[in-house]
Ligand binder design. Structure first.
Ligand code: ATP
Length: 125
């Protein structure tokens, strides 16, 4: 088994993991595009420092859980292509983690952006 020897090698492996997840996972592409849009909106709507921190934490949690989900799916698929109840448990629990992070993102998005967007819409009338 090949072990990472230097810090730069470890960094390279981590970056290639991120690029693999981005290349192969449609959901991660969607989350990434949404994150860019949310960051742009945060800038335009002049969020407070605390709100910006919350938005960044939320984006990070969604992307990280998606990547861990991808890692778990990959390990399960490497282990078996056959139906196995434990494979189902592993994948379902990983998918559950993604769902929880997505619900958190919706709640944060609602609390931070909803009133501001309503105000903008009423101003533009
Ligand atoms: N080897 C397996 N044995 C038993 N059930 C499985 C197995 N592979 C997948 N499943 C079931 O099918 C579901 C979907 O698995 P799959 O690997 O297709 O992920 P996915 O929904 O395509 O995820 P993503 O969209 O994130 O790639 C799992 O949550 C699990 O319930």
């Amino acid at each position: 088994m090949k072990k990472a020897r230097t810090l730069s090698e470890s960094f390279y492996y981590a970056i290639s993991g991120i690029l693999y997840a981005f290349r192969t996972q449609r959901n991660i592409k969607i989350h990434f595009a949404t994150a860019l849009l949310v960051i742009l909106m945060s800038y335009l709507l002049k969020l407070s420092t605390l709100e910006i921190l919350t938005v960044f934490m939320t984006i990070t949690i969604v992307l990280v859980t998606e990547m861990i989900n991808t890692a778990i799916e990959t390990v399960v698929d490497m282990y078996t292509q056959e139906y196995h109840p434990l494979a189902a448990v592993a994948k379902n629990v990983a998918a559950g983690a993604v769902l929880i992070s997505a619900i958190n993102a919706i709640v944060v998005g609602y609390i931070v952006f909803y009133k501001r967007i309503l105000m903008l819409l009423s101003l533009s009338k």
